[in-house]
Design a protein around this ligand. Sequence first.
Ligand code: PMP
Length: 578
Amino acid sequence: MSTTGNNAPALPAAAVGPDESAHSDLVRQLLTEALSRTGSGTGASRTPQPVPPKGVPGLSHLSAVENHSPVPPVHPSAQPAAPKLAESEKSPSTPSGGHSPDNGESYAFGEPRCNGSYRPQNNRPDTKVANRNPLPGLAEAESATPEYYFLRGAQPAGKSPLACQSYPKTTTPIPKFDVEGVRRDFPALHQTVNGRPLVWLDNAATTHKPQAVLDATAQFYGRDNSNIHRAAHTLAARSTELFEAGREKVRKFLGAADAKEIIFVRGTTEAINLVAQSYGRKNISAGDEIIVTELEHHANIVPWQLLAEQVGATVRVIPINDRGELILEEYVKLIGDRTKFVSVAHVSNSLGTVNPVEQIIALAHARGVPVLVDGAQSTPHLPVNVAALNADFYAFSGHKIFGPTGIGALYGKAALLEAMPPWQGGGHMIKDVRFEKTVFQHAPEKFEAGTPDIAGVVGLGAAIDYLFKVGIPAIAAYEHALLEYATHALSAIPGLRPIGTAPNKASVLSFVIPGVANETIARQLDKQGIAVRAGHHCAQPAIRHFGLETSVRPSLAFYNTREEIDALVRALHSLKRS
Ligand code: PMP
């Protein structure tokens, strides 16, 4: 097994053009071709991309489907449609998957730039992008610019985030959103910690639960508790009904076509391990390659390393640039005949970057490669529709979407799941057991050995009901405005260096303040009732890209307020720095 970064030769500085539009054109061109070939990808049906939501600044990257209704299957022979952009959405200043704007100069870590920003020391070749076509023949491909959405910048035009981290004052008004009403639903938010009202800004680690989730779980244990299936009594029927109703809620939440495509697992970590050990061990062998990215959570790195070790495959890594965005041109260079799987986060838990997963999937499918999307950090913040994304697998955790811990779900396309072997054996996943031969159930039961977390599923279903009631597009819009507000407010803290400055972000506000230990910052904030995480956030490669081992990470949810951001900023202003 080996894990490599992009092993493309280091490029001379001169090859790294500052012309972002050239890179953008290249990726556009590749995507045109990829999208036109997608129908022959993994045999999956492709559905037209939904029109991005209107009136939500910076959110048009979302494959939003307001009601999360399943997209009807399209006949496999149907041509995939490139995502459509409204005229007003097309921006000539739309940045490409960027690259470091510096010209090969090396800066010592800690050297301050304007407004307290710092330039990373590692002038890594893998953050450089060659302005050349990595796939022969594509240069001649049809040059018409496709109508598709790529990253939109909240960054001021012409200003690189490395050149100056001074954020523009947010102009986005906080959309109408009854945050106080929402907060009343969350008992845990109404407590004092160290004599101050709790300010919960550790949502990327886990979220608090609305009363509806607590009630549903208590009611299950207090009234309906029974093991599911295999019994002819009333409580078994009730709990089975609740369990399968939970599966249907997850189907709707993810926009999957069929509840049979939803497997209950402990969380995102278990979902990814399931795919690695079941799909991976069957379909990936010696010499093959698995592509992940530099910004992954360890849960989307280590299972692939374990698989690679077991079968003799190699893990390859799409690098990020110094804003924390994936360099798609490097992905195009990495993906090849040896690539057998791509696994990528929808949203980075350490940097907040929203990755262009539609494009990543389309490019993989053009080569017949399936893609898993880690949705642990997207599902709490953005509308998700697996059919619109054309994801082969999609994983998320209940506790990040205001549901219980210990429960999560894996979506997998029915055809893929049917062809996959079980990964754990036991009760419930079998049709017939003999010592000579055991016959397994179909998906999803085939992958759900043993007694599941029934109460967890009930609580997860209640969390999904709650999110639908509040409205996921409304949540996304509110949080986006709050993130802009917080980004601007934090830029006023002397010396604060933001980590992860992609124009498209969700929830996460990683930073360091050179000269003050991250843990010290978190402890001082805790004294004021403010909960943030300090550490590597289980994403060491991503944090190390910035020359760091840890960062401080406030992370937002829809129950956070501007007043809480103001409290954070006040506390940081009064930080004891010695
Ligand atoms: N992926 C991402 C992006 C995450 O943020 C997390 C949790 N921090 C995980 C995977 C793992 O989730 P869990 O611990 O719930 O399995």
